[in-house]
Design a protein around this ligand. Sequence first.
Ligand code: ARG
Length: 466
Amino acid sequence: MADGTDTKSSNQMWGGRFASGPAAIMEEINASIGFDKKLFAQDIRGSIAHATMLAHQGIISTEDKDKIVHGLNTILSEIEAGNFEFSRSLEDIHMNVESRLAALIGPAAGRLHTARSRNDQVALDFRLWVKEELQKCEQALTSLIAAFLDRAEEHADTVMPGFTHLQTAQPVTFGHHCMAYVEMFGRDRSRVRHAIEHMDESPIGAAALAGTGFPIDRHMTAKALGFREPTRNSIDTVSDRDFAIEFLSIAAIAGMHLSRLAEEIVIWSTPQFGFVRLSDAFSTGSSIMPQKKNPDAAELVRAKTGRINGSLVALLTIMKGLPLAYSKDMQEDKEQVFDAAESLELAIAAMTGMVRDMTINAARMKAAAGSGYSTATDLADWLVREAGLPFRDAHHVTGRAVALAESKSCDLAELSLEELQAIHPSITAKLFDVLTVEASVASRKSFGGTAPSEVRKQIAFWRARN
Ligand code: ARG
């Protein structure tokens, strides 16, 4: 109709109080079925557990429960087979399923919603979904860590420049650099595990917000749905989405790690660096410049991180002003989480593939490792150890050696003994042993240091843990 209302009859779920249906624009802003249909399996699983509990407690008859469960399983197959017609006027997944159930089994369907509300129902469905997603992330991170462990093992002795400020700092090994990411993704994974533990409580039975007068058994539904225990406060249960925000925070942190790795891959794969070559499977060509091989997958991983951060900020902002308990604002939680989850899954999988596939150019890494006076600290340490100089003085002497090498456009190891002795008389020919990049990395045996022996210990530690 011209005034924006339609002639549809009032809603079959709450029609008693309403004389007419919603305005078309109301239906459009209100409906969530377009995205929350993703929760169909969780919704049906939750309803089966609820109906089973209701019958066990004598709240509904076994006969009705059997009909409900059979009907719900039929709906599950229909949706899985793509034979289910979702209707926007039925607003969301919960009412789409319940309405179909009524069509399939008749009046018994009306008993399913006893002692529950869509508020605890949606809290349950979404929690189940996020929990499963976290479990997928845990596995994906384990694969990524495994990929890095293999590369680290292969390259425990491969020297490369270590950077600070992206300026050559000290030689490290590529294996050590890989293990830095193992630590980061290992922490991401423990955050994931912790979040699973945190949210392992069943919301169903909180009802609208206050609990219910029916003699339900929330421990029974919690157990049936694989939760450790039921939530302890019905108001909190239907009010908060911190489990979803926790997922997004973890995703944002993992995304930040993935993005730094992506950035390094972009840099390393430039012809100027030439440290790695991406496989054809993880790069693209240019339609105009035939020589190009672009690290598109790495760039997109870097970009997905921006999207994930956006979702985190969006949900924090959606939630921050809401009075307890449920408000419809909370319906906006799902798209943020779905989008971030898809981005994160894709980013981890693409990175795992890239890390496994990329070719390491050890010769280029080694050449770069020696340039930029990367063993200057080794020279200073030698002066401390062998000549007894205080470190600050050794730093000064070394600075003069670097300045001399720079003026002659040569490496530290290319200075003559006489030139070095002119800078400090206690320098002997033995100094040259520590000026090579191999000697430099081998000497850094402190716990967690870059020496290949040390890196191998850390690889063994993570192999046992992964
Ligand atoms: N589609 C709703 C959501 O996602 C379900 C809960 C609706 N509850 C209500 N009281 N209107 O949040």
